[in-house]
Design a protein around this ligand. Structure first.
Ligand SMILES: [Zn+2]
Length: 140
């Protein structure tokens, strides 16, 4: 990763902070790339770079067809914070495509590591949710 903003037009912003050199030989230079914007200094420079290079990027990555998640794979676990609800009603095993929305326990909703770390809003992933649905007899 270069330390400099990858938008070649970055110096054209002509910001005060981009001025370098001594009197009579001054110039504008690119900003450093930011850790937040990765290879660019700002969202503006990232957008400008993307507008210029999106065709090249898409050719390199390749186009994909429509993606789908079928009914039997559409399980997920959701954490719903509600100060009125009891702790045990905060986790739900959901499959909207099947019309299922069932309260589950924290032990079912989270991995032992998530429980140990007290990350209440984290839940098991979609694959684990599907396995749980099978275990509970909601799916086969
Ligand atoms: Zn820039």
């Amino acid at each position: 990763m270069s330390e400099w903003c990858q938008n070649k037009k970055c110096p054209e912003k002509k910001n005060q902070g981009q001025i370098r050199g001594s009197k009579g030989a001054k110039y504008y230079q690119s900003n450093k790339s930011s850790s937040y914007y990765f290879h660019w200094c700002s969202m503006g420079c990232r957008d400008q770079w993307w507008n210029e290079h999106k065709d090249t990027c898409m050719q390199a990555v390749g186009f994909i067809d429509k993606q789908i998640i079928p009914l039997e794979d559409a399980w997920f676990v959701e954490y719903r914070y509600d100060w009125r609800a009891e702790q045990q009603d905060r986790y739900h095993l959901v499959n909207k495509l099947k019309g299922v929305d069932q309260a589950i326990t924290q032990q079912q909703a989270q991995t032992s590591e998530q429980i140990a770390n007290q990350n209440y809003w984290y839940t098991i992933n979609g694959t684990q949710a599907k396995e749980l649905a099978v275990t509970l007899g909601l799916a086969s």
